[in-house]
Design a protein around this ligand. Structure first.
Ligand SMILES: Nc1nc2c(c(=O)[nH]1)N=C([C@H](O)[C@H](O)COP(=O)(O)OP(=O)(O)OP(=O)(O)O)CN2
Length: 340
């Protein structure tokens, strides 16, 4: 059993000022390229309706002064306005800048901070010859989510700063608690250090590479591995084909392997996906045996059928055919959120 969610994203350019903001820069009129991502249960709506509803909701804000439309023009106010403007229930994630965002989902309201640091590390437990056993490094992406009723962006920034100073331009293995610095261990390390200073901390994300990362919420670990495949799909009644560069995100939930310090090696996720990937990439999707049609929901379901026996930890599949449109199948209730 799984739940199918539809994903739609849009962007808008807008100005705003936030009277009384704790961040004084926001009191003056300023502008952003906003991005909104809506997710709706497919039993309540269809893709075209969701996309049209999101576009209609965002239209009054595009090239406008948000204060003319909204009494509460901060990220949370905008996210709530967009969510409330869509007739089906949606989870709405709003990004106002590279760093700051908000997420609303029924009664849940979160603020987010996206940051990064650069560091070197090596994984001492991996088998000989594994590339991650060598000294290497990353620009690690970090995203923090906290309850908006108890925390704001300024508190997130203030809590992050001392951790940034401890991590940036360091050899992670030298830091107490990070002798095996997998992204899971790092997410837990960050969560445990932020929990006491950051009221309402919900979860911490660590993006280790362009395609892989992990999340920790104090109890559960989720990891993800993304890949792209290039495929043809029919798009008209007469069967004419178009093509997409699909992005698939495989999310896994599980306990940490005590020795390895990870749920499953990102490389193993990629290897187990390989036989499925080969059938998708550079192929017409509607001709795959067992696929209902070329629609993204049927492609994601087909991937699930073929991959779940190979990856029992699989808890969610996100599949985007464009940057603005996708589906998300969740096999575990907790995976409704976090949204990526
Ligand atoms: N579950 C985890 N698996 C792996 C971790 C980790 O922290 N948790 N870390 C590594 C390596 O450090 C590596 O740098 C990242 O792995 P991977 O995604 O395999 O690397 P690439 O981006 O180079 O992968 P490609 O998809 O082949 O480009 C390994 N595993």
């Amino acid at each position: 059993m799984h739940t199918t969610f539809l994903l739609a994203a849009t962007g808008f350019e807008a100005a705003r000022r936030i009277p009384g903001a704790t961040d004084e820069r926001l009191i003056n009129t300023h502008g952003h390229s906003f991005r909104a991502l809506a997710r709706a249960d497919a039993t309540h709506t269809d893709q075209a309706t969701l996309e049209a509803a999101l576009a209609t909701a965002a239209a009054p804000l595009h090239y406008a002064q948000i204060n003319d439309t909204l009494a509460d023009p901060d990220d949370l106010g905008i996210a709530r306005y967009l969510a409330d403007s869509i007739s089906s229930p949606v989870t709405l994630a709003l990004q106002s800048s590279m760093r700051r965002g908000a997420l609303v989902d029924n009664n849940l309201a979160l603020v987010s901070l996206t940051v990064s640091f650069e560091a070197a590390h090596q994984l001492p437990q991996v088998p000989a010859g594994h590339k991650c056993g060598r000294l290497h490094g990353h620009r690690f992406g970090v995203r923090l989510f906290a309850d908006a009723a108890r925390c704001d962006h300024m508190r997130l920034e203030a809590a992050w700063q001392p951790l940034f100073e401890r991590l940036n331009h360091r050899y992670l293995n030298d830091i107490d608690g990070l002798d095996n610095p997998t992204s899971e261990v790092l997410a837990k390390w960050l969560f445990e250090r932020l929990r006491d200073t950051l009221p309402g901390l919900a979860w911490v994300e660590v993006r280790e590479t362009h395609s892989a990362g992990s999340q920790y919420d104090g109890q559960h670990f989720n990891i993800w591995k993304e890949q792209r495949f290039e495929s043809a799909v029919p798009f008209a009644q007469d069967g004419a084909y178009t093509g997409h560069s699909y992005l698939i995100r495989l999310m896994l939930t599980g306990d940490l392997d005590r020795t390895m310090g990870w749920v499953l090696d990102f490389g193993d996720v990629k290897d187990r996906f390989k036989p499925v990937y080969r059938q998708l990439d550079h192929n017409p999707l509607d001709r795959l045996s067992g696929i209902r049609n070329g629609k993204s929901t049927s492609v994601a379901e087909w991937v699930h059928v073929h991959l779940a026996p190979l990856v029992p930890e699989l808890s969610r599949i996100d599949l985007y055919d464009t940057a603005e449109r996708g589906v998300s199948l969740t096999f575990d209730h907790d995976m409704r959120w976090p949204l990526l």
